[in-house]
Design a protein around this ligand. Structure first.
Ligand SMILES: *[C@@H]1O[C@H](CO)[C@@H](O)[C@H](O)[C@H]1NC(C)=O
Ligand SMILES: *[C@@H]1O[C@H](CO)[C@@H](O)[C@H](O)[C@H]1NC(C)=O
Ligand SMILES: *[C@@H]1O[C@H](CO)[C@@H](O)[C@H](O)[C@H]1NC(C)=O
Ligand SMILES: *[C@@H]1O[C@H](CO)[C@@H](O)[C@H](O)[C@H]1NC(C)=O
Ligand SMILES: *[C@@H]1O[C@H](CO)[C@@H](O)[C@H](O)[C@H]1NC(C)=O
Length: 413
């Protein structure tokens, strides 16, 4: 109760300061292409953005579909984004891609580059370019980044193809069988073989929505030019999670990067020269984006949804309904079936990036995995995030380990 007033006052004062009116010059720019009419000639021409609609008189007898809509699942690593992405992946009208920006980051991190800041800026620009092209179903743009380089638009190296239902089912994959009851992650790469990117682009065009999950943008404001781009109709689902849970999950998943945290956890002594910047940045970035979203600036109005992973895991059906309402898309029964099968069953298919697990019991696991010393440091390092997002701090080891004590305040954003 107390902290939500603080937020209201903070947000009110900030939004009064920045209120201004921008009328989007929608009439001045070309309309987005109707579906099925994207200009595709050679992959080298993917950059010619302004003339990418075919002469649509070819299609006069066909029904011109409504323009596609676009969804970005915006998050950070180990926040439950794979799980949440499945809520889009399971919908038959959504073409879903799992972290396609991976390919760009890999290229950038391979080369030696002069200035970190310049590099980061170029990287963000490349990310945005790729997203724009993927959202308009031009997957050939990705070919510049995939290693080894695709031949004849065919590749076996599409990152996490198996996490995209559309890329594991006909017409893109003919090896798939209907009665397969194991998750696609297990068999897709083996059964579907090389990916035909032209075919994937066509499959993308046939759906009403394109959804992309990414953990590679630091701030929601980095997406502004995409949100304002008249060729897109983009909505952002911003997924957040208790920073303590994120840390525990990262320690288990990325042991090298988080080695000093593991030493700290095991010995109960903070190692000297401990690098806290990674965690500090994680929380600062999250706070920055949450504040941007809650200030409800003109360019983001109606296009931003803040989602706590905890609320989704505890109440998957209701939260999913809210998400779909925000997207303006009917919830498909297949999404609900997936939820029923994956939030309540024994964990049959367990692996590192598994999305299939009992969401309620795993939610609190971090409370048994972190030492109180680490938790206390996290709480002071990420203090603002806790207040903004309604995560309760614990004052003792007993509170930390007592999992009947909820650390998630009910909160409406
Ligand atoms: C589309 O193509 C047809 C036939 O090629 C041509 O007559 C028509 O002028 C074109 N329309 C536009 C808007 O370019
Ligand atoms: C990829 O799919 C396109 C579209 O169906 C097709 O024209 C092309 O021949 C396919 N490429 C290969 C190598 O099979
Ligand atoms: C979870 O599964 C159990 C046993 O199959 C069932 O009784 C229970 O209603 C299920 N709960 C939910 C929330 O689906
Ligand atoms: C932290 O230490 C405890 C006890 O030594 C251990 O059970 C737990 O797995 C560790 N947590 C992580 C994330 O490594
Ligand atoms: C754990 O927390 C619950 C809820 O606050 C409380 O009722 C219970 O007494 C606590 N258990 C222990 C062992 O402290």
């Amino acid at each position: 109760m107390e902290f939500s007033w603080k937020i209201v006052i903070l947000l009110t004062s900030v939004s009064l300061g920045v209120q201004y009116i921008v009328v989007r010059p929608l009439l001045m720019v070309p309309k987005p292409c109707p579906r099925h009419t994207l200009y595709k000639e050679s992959p080298g021409n993917a950059h010619t953005q302004m003339s990418f609609c075919k002469n649509s008189s070819v299609h006069t007898e066909a029904q011109i579909a409504a323009p596609q809509k676009h969804i970005l699942l915006f998050s950070q690593t180990r926040t439950g984004s794979s799980f949440t992405g499945q809520l889009f992946n399971q919908h038959p009208e959504i073409f879903y891609m799992f972290e396609p920006l991976y390919h760009i980051q890999k290229i950038f991190s391979d080369g030696s580059s002069p200035k970190q800041q310049a590099r980061d800026r170029a990287l963000l620009g490349a990310y945005r370019d790729l997203l724009l092209n993927l959202y308009t179903c031009d997957l050939s743009f990705l070919e510049d980044y995939i290693q080894p380089e695709p031949k004849n638009h065919m590749t076996a190296s599409f990152f996490r193809r198996s996490s995209s239902h559309a890329l594991c089912s006909p017409p893109v994959c003919l090896g798939a069988s209907e009665k397969e009851d194991r998750p696609e992650e297990v068999w897709c790469n083996r059964k579907c073989r090389t990916l035909n990117l032209t075919l994937a682009s066509l499959a993308c065009q046939s759906r009403s929505h394109v959804a992309i999950k990414t953990v590679r943008f630091p701030l929601v404001k980095d997406l502004r030019t995409l949100i304002e781009d008249p060729r897109l109709d983009l909505k952002i689902v911003h997924l957040v999670r208790d920073p303590r849970a994120v840390l525990a999950s990262r320690m288990a998943t990325f042991s090298d990067q988080y080695r000093s945290w593991k030493i700290w956890n095991a010995t109960n002594h903070q190692p000297r020269h401990m690098d806290l910047s990674l965690i500090n940045k994680m929380c600062k970035d999250m706070d920055h984006s949450v504040l941007t979203g809650l200030q409800n600036p003109d360019w983001l109005r109606g296009r931003y949804l803040l989602l706590r992973y905890e609320d989704l895991a505890l109440n998957p059906e209701d939260k999913t309904k809210e998400i779909y309402k925000f997207l303006g898309l009917d919830l498909d029964p297949r999404v609900l079936t997936w939820i029923a099968q994956n939030t309540n069953s024994t964990n049959k298919w367990n692996y590192k990036f598994s999305t299939s697990r009992d969401s309620r019991t795993t939610l609190q696991r971090w409370r048994l995995q972190l030492s109180f010393d680490i938790v206390r440091s996290m709480q002071s390092l990420c203090s603002t995030s806790f207040a903004l997002l309604g995560y309760r701090k614990v004052q003792s080891m007993a509170e930390l380990r007592n999992t009947t004590l909820s650390l998630v305040e009910p909160i409406e954003f």
